[in-house]
Design a protein around this ligand. Sequence first.
Ligand code: SF4
Ligand code: SF4
Length: 432
Amino acid sequence: MSLKTLDFSILQQCMHCGMCLPACPTYDTTKRERNSPRGRIALMRSVDTEELPITKSFADEMSYCLGCLACQTACPAGVDYATLFETARADIEQSGITATPTRSLYRFLTLNLLFTRPRLLRTFGKALRFYQTSGLETLVRKLHLTKLLPANLRRLEPQTPRISEKFSNQLIRSIESPTTSPVVRKVALLTGCIQDLAFSEINRDTADVLLANGCEVHTPPVQPCCGSIHSHNGETELARDTARRLIDLLPPEKFDAIISNAGGCGSHLRHYGHLLENDPAYSERAKLWDTKLRDIHEFLSETGFRRPTAAPFPEDTLVTYHDSCHLTHGQKVTLQPRLIIDLIPGLTRVELPEANWCCGSAGVYSVTQPEQAQLLLDRKVKHILSTNATILLTANPGCHLQIQSALPNLKILHPVSLLAQAYAKEPTANGR
Ligand code: SF4
Ligand code: SF4
């Protein structure tokens, strides 16, 4: 699909009211129309009607957009900005206007190789962990050898996620059943890519919470990427391939729910129906998939999770919650994480000012747009510090890494980990 073949009604839906402008972080920075959702949609419409060719400046504008979807939440006309944005990025890639040999090589190594081969990604993760834990990383930094890296990789280096000792397949068996209660639901658990390498304990915590709530949990040890990274970077065909592989691995007809615990992945995962609508072999199953896909907070709230009886931390521990853009704007999951946090004993939650304002992570945004990413991060940090919270809760690995890079001593947890820790403190077995 391209802007030229996209259903014109999607482009026409914008009525230029400007209600989205105050919600847009890039417009907020520059106050320029072209950096606003309305301005970008106008540019896309010009490309669609062939008044404007795909130029470098059009590509730059789409790269400056965070894809945070705050505009979609603010829009009273229901403009589908996510589809417009991903279609524009796909057009830009196909035009080749931004292609350079180095960029093409990076894209091939990441999008075509690493993020389509989960075993290779884990091998890469193990090598990275060796580098991080063997003293090599310390030596490289002491000798300032990172200066030899290309500029964009040099910027990324301090934010490289710390790779976990064990990945999800070493922490979670492929099928686990509750031991102290009957099975009430059969669910599939998605382990993600970065989540699997750097936050596998969150996947373990998610499985524990599901078990404690009577779920039989199916977690295939090797799972393909959900395709979110491909879609956001204009590689729609690769995104379709990975969606088909995931549907084959976890047939939606076999489960009561398919659980995602990463905001960015979930936002993409729940739109397989749209992604595969023209694929006769998969379109029906993809639609069924969408009806089964649930963010973990959403699932727990819908099914009525058990309130823990024990406090995970000392009484009156102050916590605050940062909304990941793709959980709040992409999936409209805002109240459920707060509800879960508020039902855990011993915590006092203080609302984070501008909790749903992007932290600047947005995929590889801190590499492609470092200045704007830093501005957003500084703004987020200021608000977090103003709460005096000792724990920040958030449900997306990108946000976690971005904020942790600025506040290395702050404890950051996923709400589901908090719930798992509360269950684990109960005097009786939690069902695992
Ligand atoms: S996705 Fe975010 S940055 Fe892009 S136009 Fe919408 S609000 Fe602005
Ligand atoms: S709020 Fe919606 S309809 Fe209004 S200008 Fe923004 S995108 Fe267009």
